[in-house]
Design a protein around this ligand. Structure first.
Ligand code: PGA
Length: 249
């Protein structure tokens, strides 16, 4: 039942922000987004993880937007799970469509990162989702099941996983999936998890929706039974995020 899964709203700031703009976001987060009924996590750029973690209320989680698959070493430009934890952050987003499509991350690499991040003790938000041409070719299920397959074998503790379904055609485009389109995929994912992992995992894991979520559409999406929250990009930089956090209230 949807009601047993705690509503989860993530704010993915992507490659946006300055110390001064983060001060403004932190202000509205600390004033309005601390609610025990909703789990709120924000994902600043890596360079601002420490700054954000120190400023934001402890009830709000802080996530990295990515990390590498090993603990340390000669990997210029990358960040490790140990560093994320060292600055007090608890979460990492993995396999975001921009990582997959702009930076060429494969299903296999995303799976390896999921394994490593869970072993390191972080909570993870693996992202999946089809491109427009895949949806139009009737391949949505095939794509999301393939992406999920690369993830499930690497999950050792499902209680630390929140799956984000983000159709690529809806990200940053203003073209939100309709509540029915999103619900349909979430329902299929849950059935697939039941068949391929366990019924318990299928019932308990949170599946959140991402892609042009806004203050205007969050209520209709958030009341669908299999949509357990959101991963919000653009709107997470604005006070609209408060409305989205309260979509179910
Ligand atoms: P958007 O991004 O809300 O700006 O569409 C969502 C995401 O990429 O997580």
């Amino acid at each position: 039942m949807a009601s047993q899964r705690k509503f989860f709203v993530g704010g993915n700031w992507k490659m946006n922000g300055t110390k001064s703009s983060i001060d403004g976001i932190v202000k509205f987060l600390n004033e309005s987004c601390v609610d025990d009924k909703v789990e709120v996590v924000v994902a600043p750029p890596a360079i601002y993880l420490d700054y954000t973690r120190q400023a934001v209320n402890k009830k709000i989680g802080v996530a990295a937007q990515n990390c590498y698959k090993v603990a340390s070493g000669a990997f210029t430009g990358d960040n490790s799970t140990a560093m994320i934890k060292d600055v007090g952050c608890e979460w990492v987003i993995l396999g975001h469509s921009e990582r997959r499509n702009v930076f060429g991350e494969s299903d296999e690499l995303v799976g390896e990162k999921v394994k490593h991040a869970l072993e390191a003790g972080l909570q993870v938000i693996p992202c999946i989702g089809e491109k427009l041409e895949e949806r139009e070719a009737g391949k949505t299920e095939e794509v999301v099941y393939r992406q999920m397959k690369a993830i499930i074998g690497n999950v050792t503790d499902w209680s630390r996983v929140v799956i984000a379904y983000e159709p690529v055609w809806a990200i940053g485009t203003g073209k939100t999936a309709t509540p029915e389109q999103a619900q349909e995929v979430h329902d299929k994912l849950r059935k697939w998890l039941s068949a391929n992992v366990t019924a318990d995992v299928a019932n308990s894991v949170r599946i959140i929706y991402g892609g042009s979520v806004s203050a205007g559409n969050c209520k209709d999406l958030g009341t669908k039974p299999d949509i357990d929250g959101f991963l919000v990009g653009g709107a997470s930089l604005k006070p609209d995020f408060i409305t989205i956090v309260k979509a179910r209230s």
